[in-house]
Design a protein around this ligand. Structure first.
Ligand code: GLP
Length: 262
């Protein structure tokens, strides 16, 4: 099963996730990271920047791949995921130019862009640590309900729920949220060697419950992580509020040997 860690504050969650990234880069400076957008990883990115400035971690030899991208936002649009990642993390640490890649949502041939993205991930040796959030409808990256559980990078149509959720990044205007996206598939994400998923707040509670404790199903795409050999799920008490086995998760984590990392 996934390791489930329930913590009191977003800050503690960010700090634990940062420990995983920092220790990976200490062991393997050329590691390949998977970067997620959305609000859930923002505190983690701030913490990584802080540790980078303190000289505790370098990304100079690392590479990173983004999970997903909107189709059709202009290159300079602030909500284009490539620009979000640049702003929130890439430009604030010491990645080499060109070390952070994302699917090209403005490619003339979107299908070819998806295939090229899969190939780039493969050529880089695969993703060592994938950071993830979860949508309130149970999506990871932009794999909406009904996604094939073995899907690869491809074009998807957003659900009305995701459009409504993401409108806050577009001045509250649902009409401004693109309908189409490119996203790593569930099969792509499952090949990352370590998944670190963060979820905050009660609006994620049902999706988190279904992901960890429901049946594995295309209706709740994140539930595929039940098949992952090394998945860590970091939750605040709101996101954990519908879980059935809360006391067991707390018991396991409290008894974890000090030498065992996430
Ligand atoms: C977005 C992203 C996902 C993200 C999710 C949750 O649509 N494509 O990668 O995990 O929705 O976002 P947030 O963390 O802001 O709740």
């Amino acid at each position: 099963m996934a390791e489930v860690v329930i913590l009191d504050s977003p800050k503690t969650i960010a700090s634990l996730a940062a420990d995983a990234v920092v220790s990976l880069l200490a062991d393997k400076p050329t590691a390949v990271l998977g970067l997620a957008t959305g609000s859930s990883p923002l505190a983690l990115y701030d913490e990584l920047v802080r540790r980078h400035r303190a000289g505790e971690v370098s990304f100079a030899r690392a590479k990173a791949f983004m999970l997903d991208e909107y189709v059709g936002l202009s290159d300079s649009h602030p909500e284009r995921y490539r620009n979000v990642i640049e702003r929130e993390i890439a430009s604030r640490v010491d990645f080499e130019p060109g070390a952070v890649a994302g699917p090209d949502g403005n490619a003339a041939d979107l299908k070819a862009a998806c295939a090229a993205y899969e190939e780039a991930i493969r050529a880089a040796g695969g993703i060592d640590l994938q950071i993830l959030g979860i949508g309130s409808d149970g999506h990871i990256a932009f794999n909406e309900p009904s996604s094939s559980l073995s899907s690869r990078t491809r074009i998807k149509t957003l659900t009305q729920q995701t459009i409504a959720d993401n409108a806050r990044f577009f001045g509250g205007d649902e009409a401004a949220v693109p309908r189409h996206v490119l996203t790593q598939g569930l099969g792509t994400i499952m090949e990352a060697r370590h998944l670190v998923l963060m979820a905050l707040g009660r609006s994620k509670a049902e999706a988190v419950h279904q992901m960890l404790e429901g049946g594995v199903s295309a209706l709740w795409p994140a539930s595929i992580i039940q098949f992952h050999p090394h998945a860590t799920v970091l939750l605040d008490t709101g996101a954990a509020s519908r879980l059935q086995l809360t006391s067991y998760y707390r018991h396991v984590y409290a008894g974890k040997p000090a030498w065992q990392q996430l």
